[in-house]
Design a protein around this ligand. Structure first.
Ligand SMILES: O=C(O)CCC(=O)C(=O)O
Ligand SMILES: [Fe+2]
Length: 220
């Protein structure tokens, strides 16, 4: 399941982050932070983790992500494995790969991309995610995040013009199974909708769906 959350960063935070990264020259070839087969297909620039600006930005972004109720409900974070700032200038991309199962000893259950550039600032650069149902090409407004199970193959199409700036990250979830996370997320969102509008028919459909899926899961 893919979850897209718009407006995760508010405008002042987004502006501050972009300003700091625009004046930073702390980017290096991204191959160093890829392992295995991914290394050969990774062509981008990466914020250098030891740099004070990059560290400050990644800390701030982690805080914002953890403070967002929908991000929390969708991912149920236990621990971030890593957060990286990535830049794709013209001609750069990242071929089809699977993310490492663990980073620095932390299991990766959820991968996410937090967009820092507006879609109109670059051509190409779609994040294409291969879920069981086919491919989704994702290109979101600045300040939005997409979360997906780390078990999905994915790629970043070559940037044809402009520059694509994102924060990418991985986390271990309190709920290891993506199927179970999806059910809990559906329950959370139905409950929130019912609290707001008692009897909301969309929320009742969602509850009926969760019930049927649980029954299917548990029935012999
Ligand atoms: O830039 C992105 O949206 C995702 C990059 C990616 O797949 C990775 O760094 O492993
Ligand atoms: Fe990846």
């Amino acid at each position: 399941m893919l979850t897209c959350i718009e407006g995760l960063l508010d405008a002042p935070t987004l502006d501050a982050v972009r300003e700091q990264l625009a004046t930073s020259d702390s980017f290096a070839p991204g191959e160093a932070t890829a392992a295995g087969r991914a290394r050969a297909v990774k062509h981008n620039l990466q914020g250098i983790g030891a740099d004070a600006t990059i560290r400050g930005v990644t800390r701030l972004l982690e805080k914002q992500l953890l403070a967002h109720p929908v991000f929390r409900a969708a991912t149920r974070p236990r621990q971030f494995a890593r957060l990286l700032i990535s830049r794709y200038d013209r001609g750069m991309g990242y071929g089809t790969h699977i993310d490492a199962p663990a980073i620095d000893g932390v299991r990766t259950d959820v991968s996410f991309t937090l967009f820092l550039s507006e879609p109109g600032e670059y051509e190409g650069g779609e994040l294409v995610i291969e879920s069981g149902a086919g491919e989704d090409a994702v290109k979101l407004p600045a300040g939005a995040v997409v979360c997906y199970p780390s078990s999905y193959l994915h790629r970043v199409e070559a940037v044809r013009s402009g520059s694509r700036l994102v924060a990418v990250g991985w986390l271990q979830s309190e709920v290891r199974s993506s199927e179970q996370r999806k059910l809990l997320f559906a329950l959370d969102s139905a409950l929130a909708r019912l609290q707001e509008h008692p009897g909301d028919p969309g929320a009742l459909d969602e509850l009926a769906n969760v019930r049927a899926n649980l029954q299917r899961m548990w029935m012999d």
